[in-house]
Design a protein around this ligand. Sequence first.
Ligand SMILES: [Zn+2]
Length: 407
Amino acid sequence: MIVLSERIKRWYEGKGEEMARTLARLISVPALSPDYGGDGELEKAEVLTGILEDMGLPRPRRYDAPDGRAKGGVRPNLVVELPGSDPALAILTHLDVVPPGDLSAWETDPFKPVIREGRLFGRGSEDNGQGLVASLFAAKAAAELGADRRIILYFVSDEERGSGYGLRFLLKEHPEIFPGDAHYLVPDAGNRRGDLVEVAEKGVLWFRVRVRGRQVHASVPHKGVNALRILARVLDSVDRELHSRFPERDELFRPPTSTFEPTVSSSSSDAPNIVPGEAEAIFDCRLLPGLGGEEVLEAAREAARGLLPEGASLEVEEVNYIPAAPKTPPDSPVVVSLLRALRELRGIEGRVAGIGGSTFASFLRAEGMHAVVWSTIDEMAHQPNEYCVIENLVADSMVMAHMAMQS
Ligand SMILES: [Zn+2]
């Protein structure tokens, strides 16, 4: 009897070139959100539909989110399903890409894919083309090798601009297409070794602290109220208060605590001899699951109270907030399955961890689904000269096939 990992490795022998060609076909179609001035994802969805047909995979179901700004008036979302037994393996990737940015920083045309030394260059090659093409071939491998597990592939729009026309639209308008017990894999972040198995994300809160005083010439400060001095005291107090009020730790994360960092600051003064009448600063906070943004804002307001002299006022307001979703339990079946595939195929032990950022897996987790974020990447997302390592494309696809084949 041949072990599973050997059967999978054999199926993939010599497949690298075909996989790279498939990825190149997709990269040649820019799929930019109208928020970036693009036409949307329709054309790429049509090319993908052709690829599915060529590969002998089932026809996709389409769930279009209406968007009058995009080509065809829609932002397409595609779902391909291979029937089989539950729990399903569900792999989620996104069609859209970010703009190339400064073109002079690119050595090749971002939308004319080029292969050099085992790397495929082009915008969207790693983010999220690698995961997308890996999922296509994993489904095909599993079907040809006789997997009996149900496999669902989701190809969604609008990940780069908040998922309002993509995953969030689907979860709201078509919740029935997401089985509650499926094993969700989101190959849209990771590391070079491919051993980072992400099961949790911190929430992200940005808030602004704004102080108003009274502007005056710096030679007669007693006639004004210096907003910058007050802001400095307020920042110090808020900083200390947040750290001492919320010391909780979760060892899944590095660092294991919530973080509260003052980042941007400015004042209304543009000359050394002007005492500013206004000053503000922004905090970037990464909140462990369980800590809510409102609690943090309230603590910040309390810390600032009592520091205001007469004639000064203060506001603490939210700028942006993505709550932390509940984490996927580290012993959830999808985690166990991925760890097993990594061990049996590559001989590596995955590290189950949380991250400080936020991916679209959090929308699934917020609905109670168990999702892991994982891939083997050089972390080229959003950079000039973005590339995908073809070896990683093949290796990650094998891991997906393994997860689909496990009994
Ligand atoms: Zn991405």
